[in-house]
Write a protein that binds this ligand. Structure first.
Ligand code: ZN
Ligand code: ZN
Ligand code: ZN
Length: 375
């Protein structure tokens, strides 16, 4: 893998993941899975091409068959060294050959295949041209829980990523906020995430004052002032696994109302966390957090779902949202991140990554959830 420390997974681990994926695909009525470079390929094989180009790289999985990685000849030496390579047959193709014909020879001509969501349209169109009888489904829609339950080694990596994000928060609360731009604090946050071991920073949201009321606001040139609430939401990848945490700080002493709204979100976050246990539905976590905010009269200001899964990406299934009846299973990891957004004024969000244990939940973020004041 490029740019990250090697994950502690063996070819046998990757073989087991590919077997499970192929079995689940068959169970979902699919002839197989087609996996392009991206998070699914990393999780299944440990392989990341140095650059994703127009040349086709595609893992073909089907129950009862050996996994095959179709790969450009010039990238085959790299692919041979992927951690999962001993469990995979490589089928290389040279420039000038038709990679879709090479792939088509591996596929049922009238099969329905799950395709990783980030596969390029040009490749899917090429396959459809080569095999007009085939049809395709989104891998994430067909097998949403494929990567959802983490094993012990994955949990250790997620916990380490969470601890690194927590360490970044402990440092950022010491830097000056008042008089600096959001972009300056965001740059500090990114540097801290890297200092504490992240190889990739996915987001560093610094949303001050009225900007905090817009959950989609990332950063801008606004100069942070005394009296501002500031939503900090940051994360990325450390050793191939994700972090994502939010804390809302106040520059100087907060007003009673700011304190009350912050306490409310903290109580909602606690309620969401307390709802985490095996067998509960994803939507139960959302309902528990939302009920606290609604009961206090702020229901219309909590304008997003309560959480999302995390693993080799920072946003993936399962989603903690009304209507998601998927039961929680030990080993699942996701955010619990309620918020209240008061238009034109301020916002508050508090977010921890939580993993499901045998009898409840365990937080992977553990910095103070009480209001922190900064300078
Ligand atoms: Zn204030
Ligand atoms: Zn977040
Ligand atoms: Zn999140």
């Amino acid at each position: 893998m490029t740019g990250t420390a090697p994950a502690p997974f063996t070819a046998d681990d990757y073989r087991a993941r590919m077997d499970r994926a192929a079995r689940q695909a068959a169970g979902a009525g699919l002839a197989g899975l087609l996996v392009a470079p991206g998070p699914d390929l990393v999780w299944l094989t440990g392989y990341t091409p140095t650059a994703v180009t127009e040349r086709l790289t595609l893992l073909v999985l089907a129950a009862g068959r050996e996994p095959v990685l179709v790969v450009p000849t010039l990238e085959a030496p790299d692919a041979e060294h992927a951690p999962g390579a001993p469990a995979i047959t490589l089928r290389d193709w040279t420039d000038g050959k038709d990679p879709y014909a090479v792939t088509a020879a591996l596929l049922d001509a009238d099969g329905r295949f799950g395709v990783s969501d980030n596969a390029w349209a040009m490749h899917l169109l090429g396959l459809q041209r080569a095999l007009p009888g085939t049809s395709y489904a989104s891998l994430t829609e067909a097998l949403p829980m494929l990567r959802a339950v983490k094993d012990a080694a994955e949990l250790d990596l997620l916990a380490a990523a969470g601890a690194a994000a927590d360490a970044a928060f402990e440092e950022i609360r010491k830097v000056p906020f008042a008089g600096r731009r959001e972009t300056d604090v965001a740059a500090d946050l990114a540097a801290l995430l890297r200092r504490f071991g992240h190889s990739q920073v996915d987001f560093t949201i610094v949303a001050s004052g009225p900007n905090g009321a817009n959950p989609h606001h990332e950063i801008g040139d606004r100069v942070i002032e005394r009296g501002d609430m500031v939503v900090l939401d940051f994360g990325g990848l450390k050793d191939g696994y994700g972090s994502d945490t939010s804390r809302t700080v106040h520059v100087g002493e907060p007003t009673d109302e700011e304190r009350r709204v912050h306490d409310l979100v903290r109580e909602a976050q606690e309620a969401g966390f307390s709802a985490v246990r095996p067998g509960a539905a994803c939507q139960d976590v959302d309902r528990a957090a939302r009920a606290v905010i609604a009961d206090a009269g702020y229901g219309e200001y909590f304008i997003h779902r309560t959480g999302h899964g995390i693993g080799v990406t920072t946003h993936e299934p399962p989603y903690m949202i009304e209507g998601e009846e998927q039961p929680l299973v030990p080993g699942m990891c996701f955010s619990v991140e309620p918020g209240v957004y008061l238009p034109g004024r301020f916002g508050v969000r508090i977010e921890d990554i939580v993993t499901v244990t045998g009898d409840g939940g365990r937080r992977l973020n553990n910095t103070a959830r009480e209001m922190v004041t900064v300078d």
